[in-house]
Design a binder for this molecule. Sequence first.
Ligand code: FMN
Length: 213
Amino acid sequence: MDGMSTDAAATTLRAPRPGAELLAEPMRSRWSPAVFATDAAIDDATLESLLVAASWAPSTGNTQPWAFVATRRGTASYDVVVDSLSAGNSGWVPTAPVLIVAATLVGEHDGRSGKGDYTFYDLGQSVAHLTLQAQAVGLHTHQFAGFDHEAAARGLGIPASFRVLAGIAVGYVGEDAHVEAAAPEDADRHRKERVRRALAETAYDGTWGTPLA
Ligand SMILES: Cc1cc2nc3c(=O)[nH]c(=O)nc-3n(C[C@H](O)[C@H](O)[C@H](O)COP(=O)(O)O)c2cc1C
């Protein structure tokens, strides 16, 4: 690997990637591991700080349509989430000590209404805040859509007026020993090079199609 140690090479593949060096922390170093440290728990105050961060996200008319169910390893709720996972996610997701199910209001609940597109927009932004708070306190997150959303909603008692959209695996990033103990496909996913489309394809200056000056 051009004289780089395996660890150095692996770090280069993860964060910061070229173009992301100019970012402030914690955006600079955020990435989604596929192997968490299976032997590291998250204390209650730290977990609460993630959900407080989510709650302080901006939202349309301050409607705060989001709702989260946090589950800890060793509980029946955590097992509900694990049992609902798609095949591709069932190896790596349970390496995280906390799994959070994210839902948003799509009906009527306690006099609040979740109609319209912005309920989805607001949930995404709230989760972004959660992930960055996690990164800032030394945790990592990896979101996942691949699970049976209805089964998870049923098992966790989420009302029908909320739509489950994603899970968030939260934990401390796996060290070399954890990666070596992981299934080969999960270790590969963990080490996979992170890439982005060129900024010129996604951000324009003044008019559509004009690259930023
Ligand atoms: C809403 C959402 C759903 C995702 N679903 C999955 C999933 O089911 N399985 C998975 O391995 N990763 C999933 N991801 C993780 C993305 O693949 C990952 O964020 C993307 O590859 C960029 O990598 P990075 O987060 O390290 O920058 C999901 C991410 C988001 C935001």
